[in-house]
Design a protein around this ligand. Sequence first.
Ligand code: 5RP
Length: 247
Amino acid sequence: QNEKHVRQFRNPSNRDSMAEEAKKLAGCAAVDNHVQNNHVVGVGSGSTIVYAVDRLAERVRQEKLNIVCVPTSFQARQLILKHGLILSDLDRHPELDVAIDGADEVDAALTLIKGGGGCLTQEKIVAGCAKHFIVIADFRKDSMALGQQWKGGVPIEVIPMSYVPVSRTIAKRFGGKAVLRMAVNKAGPVVTDNSNFILDWKFEHAQNWKVVNTAIKMIPGVVETGLFVGMAERVYFGMEDGTVSFR
Ligand code: 5RP
């Protein structure tokens, strides 16, 4: 029995398919527990949010809910439209009842690293406009300290002309290395929905994330960081055993 479990765990494809199921569980839990009729809902970005929007659309259809959605990215906008949900924006709905979004890593204090998909700036704006910011993730994102699980570093959105000086300043002041994110085909840098670049800061050790976040934001050229400090109210983790845990 034990050996079977070990084999299952070591097989990456098994772990990945468990993670997909876990994303779905987390997405459904967030929508079922936090979305009510007449809510304005912030829709995050990434692969986990896809399951939450599936569930949201299902509830809207079945329960005839009146829900308005505010997207955090082009991807989120497309998802909302694909499901025939009502699309809005912060001009019309500057105050959201709830925002639901994924994360790359969540530490014990609910500090998040976000921006693996490059949408961190709009995600932070939308989360900041929501009365409740709810995070959904699979078990692989659950961490005692940032950097223990997620090896991609902290994404930082920068104005294109500033990426070299910002990268140097970050390395000098906080250690590690801030690397320009390149497109998968390496033909050029990733360009965000706001026409900016992303630096992925591979930090070397744990820091006071609140202080570091504020300090990085003060560097000329930095638009936003993927550190979400003191923003998440609750995080739902889909677990390997088919349950959902939260904190
Ligand atoms: C995009 C994000 C995503 O929410 C984060 O990368 C998690 O993505 P996924 O649900 O695919 O693991 O911050 O900028």
